[in-house]
Design a protein around this ligand. Structure first.
Ligand code: GLY
Length: 295
């Protein structure tokens, strides 16, 4: 089966000075996930790797440099889901691990553990960056409307026909301490089922939660095309709860889409050696990736 991977770096009003780096970040992440798929890796491996790469690109910083809560602290939420078994792992309010999707995966696979050290995930002492501290000091509302959330996500279809999704976020700047957004909630921030496909959502968590957006998109995908399901559900969230955001999706037959209602969202996909990417509404640039599997 032909493999597919789609990633996004978060929907928000990305300023021009960060536009190029945001696109480079998602292209890099989708290529990292694609290499895994081309070498026979699983969809779960690919989405974990892609989100890990996004988090470390210094643009989509849903890890080190994540938005701060009202007390000026980082609290990360993440989910990962395997569409073959419907196994899911999720974590909330993580304060000292950069790649919280890997922690979510450990929850999914090991179910129970007593210490992060035993599962080999590095602990980071301080995820707060000077830049985010400065932005946080200048913002006093929730959300602040400029860079109010920093979610990253990935969905993939592997060569065995299995799908997976991963979503990770610092949430929304100035959120209450301990707030849990949509990202770690099964069916809202993400969902994966081999019988339909995989979705990763991003945007205003309270709105996404109200409409269980990820599951809603998949439910409609079972009846109409990927594109129609995406645009219909995006409009539904806007009309029903006035929420904005975005989503990426791959179907179990390899169709995919990326969609958003914010001014910008950096996204990229690779299917059959063709890399698609965009930042502004309706943008879809293509490049041939060729020999990436030689990496
Ligand atoms: N979508 C991220 C959040 O609201 O927490």
């Amino acid at each position: 089966m032909k493999t597919v991977i789609v990633v996004h770096g978060g929907p928000w009003a990305i300023p021009d000075m960060l536009a190029e780096a945001s696109v480079a970040g998602v292209k890099n992440a989708v290529q990292a996930g694609d290499v895994i798929l081309k070498n026979g890796g699983t969809a779960t491996d690919a989405v974990e790797k892609a989100t890990w790469t996004l988090k470390n690109c210094n643009i989509s910083c849903a890890g080190h440099g994540a938005v701060l809560n009202i007390d000026g602290e980082v609290e990360l939420d993440s989910i990962i889901m395997d569409g073959e078994t419907l196994a899911t792992g999720a974590v909330t309010s993580v304060r000292n691990i950069t790649n919280s999707v890997s922690l979510a995966r450990a929850v999914m696979e090991k179910v129970c553990f007593s210490s992060q050290i035993h599962i080999g995930i590095p602990v980071a002492n301080d995820l707060v960056t000077e830049l985010e501290r400065k932005d946080w000091e200048q913002s006093n509302s929730y959300p602040d409307g400029v860079k109010n959330h920093d979610t990253v996500g990935a969905v993939a279809l592997d060569s065995l026909g299995n799908v997976a999704c991963a979503t990770s976020t610092g949430g929304i700047r100035n959120k209450m301490v301990g707030r849990v957004g949509d990202s770690p909630i099964i069916g809202s921030g993400g969902y994966a089922d081999n019988r339909s496909g995989a979705v990763s959502c991003t945007g205003h968590g309270e709105s996404i939660l109200k409409v269980t957006l990820a599951r809603l998109i998949l439910f409609h995908m079972e009846q109409v095309s990927v594109e129609a399901a995406m645009s219909g559900r995006r409009c539904y969230m806007g009309e029903r709860v006035k929420g904005c955001g975005g989503a990426i999706v791959v179907s179990s037959t390899g169709d995919w889409a990326a969609s958003f209602t914010t001014p910008r969202m950096a996204w990229a996909s690779i299917k059959e050696d063709v890399l698609h990417y965009g930042l502004n509404p309706k943008e879809d640039f293509t490049e041939i990736t060729g020999s990436l599997d030689d990496r």
